[in-house]
Design a protein around this ligand. Structure first.
Ligand SMILES: [Zn+2]
Length: 210
């Protein structure tokens, strides 16, 4: 069970005492219905399983062909990075860099940060920079946009399917598994609960912030 804490609602500023929650229970604001937190008893082990598998699937997406395009007997193998570059081609370099950052860089940084935090929690001793890494993980979370890239790829595939034969490579399947694992990671990455893991070490340093 999690311990009770007093918090102000993000949406309406109503001060609420978050009660001790049991497995699967969530705390909501009585005035506006905002969900403060959801507690899962095995959140850490589930988060470790999904975040580490997300990282493995994402890294594997760079190793194999992403798409194989065949037209008039010519075969062209497209990697994940080439796919990202081609989606941004004809536009500004900043668009390509933005897509690389939100599809590759931000997810790798977020997942590495989550795993680092989980090691700290497992050792029950915050490793150096744990507090800063936690802040960065939650700051970067909205900038994780790999799903948008996948959607873009599927839309452009409909366009090029009439020009030749398009096949999915192993990297494509790995990338889809990464997106599914990442969605599961988000379910168990509860900001309030993660800060609670370290609160008993230093209440001021590891206080939950909006
Ligand atoms: Zn509220």
């Amino acid at each position: 069970m999690s311990s009770p804490t007093k918090l102000a609602c993000h949406e309406c500023d109503q001060v609420v005492i978050i009660p001790a929650l049991s497995d699967g229970q969530k705390a909501i604001c009585p005035r506006c219905g905002f969900v403060f937190t959801r507690y899962f008893k095995k959140a850490r082990s589930r988060l470790l399983a999904f975040s580490s598998s997300s990282l493995v699937f994402l890294l594997l997406s760079f190793v194999f062909p992403f798409l194989i395009f065949t037209t008039q007997g010519n075969e062209k193998v497209i990697s994940l990075v080439q796919g990202l570059q081609s989606m941004g081609s004809g536009t500004y370099l900043s668009v390509v860099l933005f897509m690389l950052a939100t599809t590759v860089l931000v997810p790798v940084m977020t997942l590495t940060g989550i795993n680092y935090t989980l090691i700290s929690a497992k050792l029950d001793k915050p490793l150096p920079f744990t507090r800063h890494i936690l802040k960065l993980v939650f700051l970067l979370q909205p900038w994780n946009m790999a799903e948008i890239f996948l959607l873009g790829i599927l839309v452009s595939m409909i366009k090029i399917a009439s020009l030749g034969d398009v096949q999915f490579g192993w990297s494509f399947y790995s990338f889809v598994l990464y997106i599914i694992s990442m969605a599961a990671t988000r379910v168990f990455l509860d900001k309030y609960q993660v800060w609670q893991w370290f609160r008993h070490h230093d209440k001021r340093a590891y206080s939950y912030e909006r």
